[in-house]
Design a protein around this ligand. Structure first.
Ligand SMILES: *[C@@H]1O[C@H](CO)[C@@H](O)[C@H](O)[C@H]1NC(C)=O
Ligand SMILES: *[C@@H]1O[C@H](CO)[C@@H](O)[C@H](O)[C@H]1NC(C)=O
Ligand SMILES: [Mn+2]
Length: 377
């Protein structure tokens, strides 16, 4: 097909009929059967053609009905378009599409890191995009159950690599409530884990504080899910936040309650004192000997670097600082991860936030490829 495209100028009308539509995903345009590049293949063409997937990865129908044969994978990207658990600006239901848009220029072929000399897309793991979880926008309780099920189905298939049987998932949020179903699913395969939580807010709020005690329904939201995860026994008391700077609701209780939920805190301005390596060391020290789930609320970045989010808080990390910290965690057993609270409607025309979010996903993928983890299927 590529060869015919290259002479399209000569006999456009005839050869144009030979183009096969629809293209599946960019990757397949320029990859030969052996996984190498097609000689003379135009690498740029792959990035803007085809249906939108994260980093132009192949799409797999991971949520196919029982009994259907599904292509195998080791790491799955899945979107969670849910934003009715927010307390400020809504819009993160469009986060998965936004982050994929931000990843348009990431190509699995053109991904050799100048920092490490490696291309994580071309190592042992088969990485795919499963599309989005089908979630109702009319009932949070049901939507979160649908997301529980989505995680269970996607992580319940046997991985492509026979040695590491359980596929791991990176969720594209969605508001932060979407982390709760992810943790329920990782619990089934790996038991309780440490959470490394990048955020400007604690998110361990007691539902009676942040839900106002109105109803159980009101108490399940993007600021209480870590309290609930603790209550459900999903997380270890070796968890830690990084980037915290938002005020708390009362003088003592919130911080005391946060410790009771299993967390230590690295505040945003601690970075000035510790440096990125100091932050990396604290995160490693705190979670030593445990498996980790990494949750990145994009509002951990300063609004200058991530304006497109629901509850922006000035005084945060830069994109480079966050990426350096994440890459510094190489060697950890990362069993699941997410990037949440990306609400593209508030972004600027330069796509500042979605570009950053896509790069964060790339770092999370790299950590998973660096350290394969065995789990109970
Ligand atoms: C998937 O598994 C097959 C069979 O073990 C292997 O040949 C192939 O290289 C794997 N795919 C990837 C992308 O790792
Ligand atoms: C953390 O949990 C372990 C295991 O349940 C327990 O032995 C330990 O005392 C706890 N540590 C703190 C600080 O709560
Ligand atoms: Mn959050």
């Amino acid at each position: 097909m590529l060869r015919s495209l290259s002479v399209l100028g000569l006999a456009g009308t005839v050869l144009a009929r030979e183009i096969t539509f629809p293209p599946v995903s960019g990757v397949q345009h320029i990859l030969a059967d052996d996984g190498g590049l097609v000689p003379g293949g135009d690498i740029s063409a792959a990035m803007y053609s085809g249906l939108l997937t994260f980093a132009n990865l192949p799409y797999v129908h991971c949520l196919a009905a029982d009994g259907t044969e599904v292509e195998k994978y080791d790491i799955a990207i899945v979107g969670a378009p849910f934003d009715t658990g927010v307390t400020a600006r809504p819009g993160a239901r469009f986060g998965p599409t936004g982050i994929r848009e931000g990843s348009r220029r990431i190509s699995p072929e053109f991904s050799w890191s100048v920092y490490t000399g490696r291309n994580h897309f071309r190592e042992w793991a088969k990485i795919v995009d499963c599309g989005d979880a089908p979630l109702t926008v009319l009932d949070n309780t049901i939507a979160l159950k649908q997301l529980d099920k989505t995680h269970r189905v996607i992580s319940g298939r046997k991985g492509n690599d026979s040695e590491y049987a359980v596929p791991r998932i990176i969720t594209l949020g969605g508001d932060h409530t979407t982390t709760l179903p992810a943790l329920r699913s990782t619990y089934d395969h790996w038991g309780a884990v440490s959470v490394i939580h990048f955020d400007s807010h604690l998110d361990t709020w007691d539902p009676d504080v942040l839900g106002g005690g109105l109803s159980h329904y009101a108490g399940v939201n993007h600021g209480t899910f870590l309290h609930i995860a603790h209550e459900e026994g999903l997380i270890l008391n070796s968890s830690i936040h990084a980037g915290i700077r938002a005020p708390v609701a009362n003088k003592k209780y919130d911080l005391k309650h946060d410790r009771a939920c299993g967390f230590h805190i690295i505040k945003a301005r601690d970075l000035d004192r510790l440096g990125v390596q100091g932050v990396v060391d604290r995160l490693k020290e705190r979670t030593t000997g445990t498996r980790v789930y990494i949750s990145v609320d994009i509002d951990v970045l300063d609004p200058a670097y991530a304006p497109a989010t629901g509850t922006a808080e000035p005084g945060g990390f830069t994109t480079r600082e966050l990426l350096t910290i994440l890459d510094g965690l190489s060697g950890m057993e990362v069993i699941g991860a997410d990037v949440v609270e990306v609400a593209p409607i508030y972004d600027n025309p330069g796509e500042t936030t979605t570009l950053a979010a896509a790069e964060v996903v790339r770092s999370l993928l790299s950590l998973m490829v660096d350290t394969p983890v065995k789990g109970k299927l």
